[in-house]
Design a binder for this molecule. Structure first.
Ligand code: SAM
Length: 276
């Protein structure tokens, strides 16, 4: 995770090193609020142009929902975007005629969402909450989606899936993109050093950045593909497609550890398409 582009957040939070240790829900939540609040400005300075003001881009490989249509018919549908950040996806959905709501844990990220709502004139409703405890009634939405929001940052992914299953009506869909689990074995490096396996794929011990007192300042959780499939099944979802977007010819834009070098060799993103 650490790179020059995160220097301000690391300085603000006093990040002193990396630990690999278990982290529960309360500590993960505190670290992620602190991290995304502190990094929100840099995140949007670095990636804002690529993600766009009202565009639905699934992942650093670049595919947009307009191109791939993973969500199917969306006009007139109610949609929950989990971990929406500045909510470009929810604004794009709204522009297509959906009733979209953006949910995120971080006030700093949601401040960017409010700013972009005003700039675009597309006023997406925004909710500050943890994806592990969704503040909506059962069956409130026709579908739910997420582009790298919430799922990688919670210790109990089953809690998020159970909550999404509760708020999506029977027959509704849940489509989410995460870092491809196989990337866990490599250092977070877009260059040649990111091509050598260093960590076991089977080691679920979270990646934790810590301050001088050992408090978590950033947390990321890993599960294998099998873990995801079991957790989705437990929550009552049927997985009907698992998309591994290939690195497009001529696409040169790096995003953190995502690069043409690595993208040519192995997947960077996994997109799970499920129905309740
Ligand atoms: C990598 S950003 C993705 C944001 C947006 N989807 C995008 O594509 O720009 C991850 C987002 O997940 C949010 N997040 C992290 N943990 C969360 C949780 N437990 N519940 C809800 N949102 C969470 C962060 O605040 C952040 O906005």
């Amino acid at each position: 995770m650490s790179s020059d582009s995160h220097v301000s957040a690391e300085r603000a939070l006093g990040t002193a090193g990396i630990a690999r240790r278990p982290v529960g829900s309360t500590e993960s939540q505190a670290a992620n609020i602190a991290w995304w609040d502190a990094d929100a400005d840099d995140y949007h300075a670095e990636h804002g142009e690529f993600i766009g003001p009202a565009e639905f881009r699934w992942c650093p490989e670049g595919p947009t929902e307009a191109e791939v249509g993973f969500l199917g018919e969306i006009a007139g549908r109610s949609v929950l975007e989990v971990g929406c950040g500045s909510a470009p996806c929810a604004r794009w959905l709204t522009a297509q005629g959906a009733y979209a709501v953006g949910l995120d844990l971080s006030a700093g990220m949601l401040a960017h969402a409010r700013r972009m709502n005003a700039a675009t004139g597309i006023a997406v409703p925004l909710v500050q909450a943890n994806g592990e405890r969704l503040p909506f009634a059962d069956g409130s939405f026709d579908l739910a989606c997420s582009a790298f929001g919430a799922v990688p940052f919670v210790p109990d992914v089953g809690a998020v899936f159970a909550e999404v299953a509760r708020v999506v009506r029977p027959g509704g869909t849940w489509t989410f993109a995460v870092t491809h689990p196989m990337r866990w074995i490599f250092p977070d490096d877009p260059g040649p050093d990111g091509l050598t396996a260093r960590t076991s794929y089977f080691d679920r011990t979270p990646y934790v950045e810590v301050d001088a007192e050992g408090r978590a300042t950033y947390v990321e959780h890993h599960r294998t593909l099998g873990d995801y499939i079991s957790a989705l099944d437990d929550a009552g979802f049927h997985l009907f497609d698992l998309v591994e977007p290939e690195w497009p010819e001529g696409h040169t834009r790096e995003w953190g550890q995502w690069s043409p070098l690595r993208g040519r060799l192995f997947p960077g993103t996994a997109i799970f398409r499920c129905v309740r």
